[in-house]
Design a protein around this ligand. Structure first.
Ligand code: NAD
Length: 293
């Protein structure tokens, strides 16, 4: 990929994104390349724009000369109808977290899927992935589920307090990956499903600073069950601490956040990012020890 420009204007559209780490992650990486890159947050709450207004905002950014945008909650699906083209991954998922303006066209990508896949392969190398239980079937959950089925998970059990959401995600996964690969669990079968699983992925907001706590009973973890967390603020969620203390191979949510940013940086600039340096930046930004593979 060739670099078409010597400076870049990028940003993030979403609601309540003031504390986002994306500006710092992208701008620090650009500094390492000796590149001028500005990354602005376009917070729809602060701007008084409804989520449905995302199309106008994307068009305005394009008119103003932005090279690309990240898109987050609640606009990842709503933005699709306003784009000229989708990558195969974004099309399969039905959600876009990165838009690139190139050659007069707007192209939607999804680097949450590729970000989780790289983070998983780096952080939990060689773990069995045949049977996985996933808590949470929202935006992050859908991306993670696609990544897991891409990585070869045979049976993905989805659990969500909103059972319809888990069922709808299972249905759309089976349509894309083939029948029987994903299934929504009833709350009563969760214990047995985790007992039979190789690994557990957590993709609900539980464990974030404003949603403290554990998303499942502590006694369901065991040392031969790997645990992958998606929450990354804080990096050391209650689940991550419990999983480590239990002896589970454990992955926190930081590397997914970094690899999705690194993939977006590559799409925006055409330059190869340094994810290991970006991981150091993330740890620095959230005040945590540097995550090791
Ligand atoms: P979302 O609101 O789209 O989905 C969350 C889902 O979890 C909902 O379907 C909800 O019903 C379900 N849920 C809530 N509590 C539950 C519980 N106790 N048990 C079962 N299901 C429960 O949110 P999202 O965008 O998917 O984000 C989820 C988390 O992932 C957030 O903490 C977010 O910060 C994090 N995230 C991390 C990354 C990363 O790069 N590491 C990327 C995206 C999101």
């Amino acid at each position: 990929m060739s670099v078409a420009s010597s400076s870049y204007l990028t940003g993030l559209i979403g609601a309540g994104i003031g504390p986002s780490l994306s500006p710092a992650l992208h701008e620090r990486e650009a500094d390492r390349h000796g590149l001028r890159l500005i990354y602005r947050t376009l917070d729809i709450n602060a701007l008084g724009i409804t989520p449905e207004g995302v199309g106008d905002l994307v068009r305005a950014a394009r008119t103003l000369g932005f090279d690309g945008l990240n898109i987050t909650h609640p606009c990842k699906q709503l933005v699709i109808e306003h784009l000229d083209e989708l990558s195969p991954g974004a099309e399969a998922l039905g959600a876009v977290n990165t838009v690139v303006f190139r050659g007069g066209r707007s192209i939607g990508h999804n680097t949450d899927v590729t970000g989780f896949a790289q983070s998983f392969t780096r952080g939990l190398p060689g773990v069995p992935t045949g049977k996985v239980v996933q808590l949470g079937a929202g935006g992050a959950g859908a991306a993670v589920a696609h990544a897991l089925l891409d990585l070869g998970t045979d049976e993905l059990i989805l659990a969500d307090i909103d059972r319809d959401r888990a069922s709808a995600l299972a249905q759309s996964l089976n349509k894309h990956f083939g029948p029987g690969r994903a299934r929504a669990a009833t709350p009563s079968e969760l214990t047995a499903r985790i007992a039979a699983a190789d690994g557990l992925v957590h993709a609900t907001p539980t464990g974030m600073a404003d949603h403290p706590g554990l998303p499942l009973p502590a006694g369901l973890l065991r040392p031969d069950l790997w645990v992958a967390e998606v929450v990354y603020r804080p990096l050391d969620t209650e689940l991550v601490r419990l999983a480590r203390a239990t002896g589970c191979p454990t992955l926190d949510g930081g590397a997914m956040a970094v690899f999705q940013a690194a993939d977006a940086f590559r799409l925006f600039t055409g330059l190869e990012p340094h994810p290991e340096r970006m991981l150091e930046d993330l740890a620095d930004l959230v005040g945590a020890p540097i995550p090791q593979p």
